[in-house]
Design a protein around this ligand. Structure first.
Ligand code: GLN
Length: 490
């Protein structure tokens, strides 16, 4: 079997049983990146020390010690997570030369379990976007059709997976950034419950919404990866002490007794025919596996996009204030600009360092937080957020899982939505509520559109009930998609 097709679980087992070395695995994926990524642009940088790190894993295996759950598994890490000694840019000019002195907790945990960081993946600048077109390092192309976007903001992670440049990837999700690219690229991706995963060392976009999560080619792989880095972290007080179950060991595709809620308001939206067809098939599949479907009502979801764009931009305006050219980030050339005051230095440095979308959001958020507008915008949004959360919790009294599309339609063409900000923001219509309410959500591959683009199915569960998500995902994996297709570049 071709190593490119190996799942995380298969690689770890093969390395542990010495059927293959971690160095061979790493070498295989590094050469794929070298040969194929020119077309896709999914990596911002490759880890030059990956082979040396893989050698260390092989030495542990040879010594008879336990190399960890993820022995020798290459991981593509979104370039928003700090990696010690490895450039971390957030796909922004303002951090183009930033080399972190420490690893994000997610990365530290992955390494502790034997994983090898293979490179840092491209994203929308500071994770703000849905198409990967706002990256300062060029846009990413969808391996299923190079004229299409891979989604965003974790588009590099999703595209790298789809093109089999890495067997596993890490993304972050503030309003849909794991689930939407996973859907557009035909891979699995989970945004865990808020507080499941440490945000320490992840460059902050909107702190009350940000969560990191795994992306991979199977439910089991996602479950195993999440087990390796979920849990309480002493560096992030918002992490929960809730125990981390062995999700991967408890997967079941028998959904007897499970109630799947279909939110009426989601299905009233203008969903395209291919997407609707796949959701209908997913519904039939879960019913065949013993689940019962029920209609639920979430009338406040119509406010999710406006609330999200007030709260996320407000938090972003505060989080991004630190990039001033003095404490952090690119500093403008003072002589060239004849800079006289510190205010000028701030403003020119930030003007040069941030891209248009990031500036738009900083301005929006600063406005929403400013005195006189705070009550009308930011505070009002927070109040509606609480009501939305209450409405979701109420819906979960009559069901165990919510099922819906991830987006209104599959991937769109590069350049087709950059002019209409509103149209781009509407991409987040089904995904933002999950972050606003802190619930765990997942995108599971469901099938393909008539023109061959992948389409995912979104499932959402109660807080800390990732097991139910994984079980529904596992049932869909086994019983919904019948054909294994490969994208264009392979
Ligand atoms: N597409 C959303 C946005 O543009 C979500 C981004 C994210 O989850 N990081 O903000």
């Amino acid at each position: 079997m071709d190593l490119s097709q190996f799942k995380v679980v298969e690689i770890a087992n093969a390395v542990k049983s010495k059927k293959i070395s971690a160095v061979e695995v790493t070498q295989h994926f590094l050469s794929r990146i070298e040969n194929l990524d020119k077309k896709i642009n999914s990596f911002i940088s490759v880890n030059q020390h990956a082979i040396t790190e893989a050698k260390k894993i092989d030495e542990v295996v040879a010594s008879g010690k336990d190399p960890g759950l993820l022995a020798g598994v290459p991981i593509a890490v979104k370039d928003l997570l700090c990696t010690e000694g490895l450039k971390t840019t957030a796909a922004s000019k303002i951090l183009a030369n930033f080399i972190p002195p420490y690893d994000a907790s997610v990365v530290a945990n992955l390494k502790q379990h034997g994983a090898v960081v293979i490179g840092k993946t491209n994203l929308d600048e500071f994770a703000m976007g849905s198409s990967n077109e706002t990256s300062a390092f060029g846009n990413v192309k969808n391996p299923w059709n190079l004229e299409y976007v891979p989604g965003g903001s974790s588009g590099g992670s999703a595209a790298a997976l789809a093109a089999r440049l890495s067997p596993a990837a890490i993304g972050t999700d503030t309003g849909g950034s794991i689930r939407q690219p996973a859907s557009f690229c035909g891979v699995y991706g989970i945004k865990p419950t808020y507080g499941r995963v440490s945000r320490y060392g992840i460059i902050a976009y909107a702190s009350s919404l940000d969560q990191a999560g795994p992306m991979a080619h199977s439910t089991e792989d996602c479950a195993l990866l999440l087990e390796s880095f979920a849990g309480r972290c002493k560096h992030d007080s918002t992490t929960s002490a809730e125990p981390v179950p062995k999700w991967s060991k408890n997967l079941r595709d028998d959904l007897s007794g499970m109630r799947i809620g279909l939110p009426k308001e989601y299905f009233a939206a203008k969903i395209d025919d291919d997407t609707q067809k796949i959701i209908d098939q997913a519904i039939k599949t879960v019913e065949k596996r013993g689940a019962k479907t029920v209609e639920v009502h979430l009338p406040l979801v119509k406010y999710a996009v406006p609330i999200y764009y007030l709260i996320a931009t407000s938090e972003a305006s505060s989080n991004l204030a630190r990039y001033d050219g003095i404490r952090y980030g690119h500093r403008a050339n003072m002589q060239e600009h004849k800079v006289k005051t510190i205010d000028e230095l701030y403003s020119i440095s930030r003007g040069e360092g941030f891209g248009t979308e990031v500036k738009r959001r900083i301005v929006l958020g600063t406005y929403a937080l400013s005195s006189g507008y705070y009550d009308a915008y930011y505070q009002k949004a927070c109040q509606v957020r609480n009501l939305l959360r209450a409405q979701f919790l109420k819906a979960f009294e009559s069901c165990d899982i919510l099922m819906s599309p991830v987006t209104l339609s599959p991937a769109f063409k590069i350049g087709s939505r950059v002019k209409s900000v509103l149209e781009m923001y509407m991409n987040d219509i089904f995904t933002t509520s999950t972050n606003l309410t802190g619930l765990p959500g997942m995108s599971v591959p469901g099938g393909y559109s008539a023109n061959g683009l992948p389409i995912g199915v979104q499932i959402t569960a109660r807080h800390f009930d990732e097991q139910s998500l994984f079980n529904v995902s596992f049932a869909l994996e086994k019983h919904l998609v019948k054909e294994a297709r490969s994208p264009h570049v392979i």
